[in-house]
Design a protein around this ligand. Structure first.
Ligand SMILES: CC(=O)SCCNC(=O)CCNC(=O)[C@H](O)C(C)(C)COP(=O)(O)OP(=O)(O)OC[C@H]1O[C@@H](n2cnc3c(N)ncnc32)[C@H](O)[C@@H]1OP(=O)(O)O
Length: 182
């Protein structure tokens, strides 16, 4: 999906209903994305990352705008031939509870299907939300030992969290490991 393919819903007749756009992130969005995430980073719901990490993973991000204002973001990171991870899914406090998070998550899951990924992982405190979208809690590893060994070669901190490596456990304390089969 490029900018010209952004999903838009027609502006409804009622002035109370916002105009919704789902689109890819652009480089100029990073500042607003980080501002939206900051309260959740402060609460440790989202792992802190330097700005450069957002630019490097920009193409993974999808955004929802309501009347041109950033309402939420989320990313899909592919880890192996059948596994990806939903990352950094967050909705601005004032936009929560109106389906924006669900819309973003379904967008990311549709993209996972489109690129042929069969399972999507997440690490979260929002167990009820992800559970309602078909994720279930898992214990232990989601990949077989040979794939685990391959993934150990990644430099990505999120992959280290997926592998549950000791050095990143402080980042993920209290989070639940969840998976969905598409
Ligand atoms: C893998 C990761 O990224 S982990 C990090 C997850 N993110 C965070 O922890 C950050 C803090 N949390 C958030 O930003 C948000 O709460 C999110 C992203 C989890 C959910 O975003 P929201 O936009 O509130 O989600 P959404 O509105 O689709 O659903 C929330 C609830 O509102 C309800 N809801 C959905 N649409 C509507 C609606 N139109 N009217 C009323 N209620 C609604 C749903 O029933 C849902 O209930 P549930 O929590 O029991 O599933």
């Amino acid at each position: 999906m490029d900018d010209t393919q952004a999903t838009t819903r027609p502006t409804p007749a009622s002035p109370e209903q916002p105009h919704i756009v789902v689109r890819r992130a652009r480089a100029a969005d990073v500042r607003r994305i980080r501002e939206l995430l900051q309260p959740y980073v402060d609460r440790r719901a989202i792992v802190p990352k330097p700005a450069v990490a957002y630019y490097e993973s920009l193409q993974e991000f999808r955004l929802v705008e309501l009347d041109g204002r950033l309402a939420g973001c989320g990313a899909l990171h592919v880890m192996w031939d059948d596994v990806a991870e939903v990352r950094t899914l967050a909705v601005a406090e004032e936009a929560k509870g109106h389906g924006v998070g669900g819309l973003l998550l379904q967008t990311l899951l549709d993209e996972a299907r489109e690129i042929g990924v069969r399972r999507v992982f997440c690490l979260t405190f929002e167990v009820r939300f992800f559970g309602r979208h078909g994720f279930h809690e898992i214990e232990g590893q989601a990949v077989e030992p040979t794939v685990y060994a391959e993934l150990l070669q990644s430099y990505d901190e999120g992959v280290a969290e997926f592998l549950d490596l000791d050095r990143v456990k402080p980042n993920t304390l209290g989070n639940t490991r969840m998976l969905i089969d598409l």
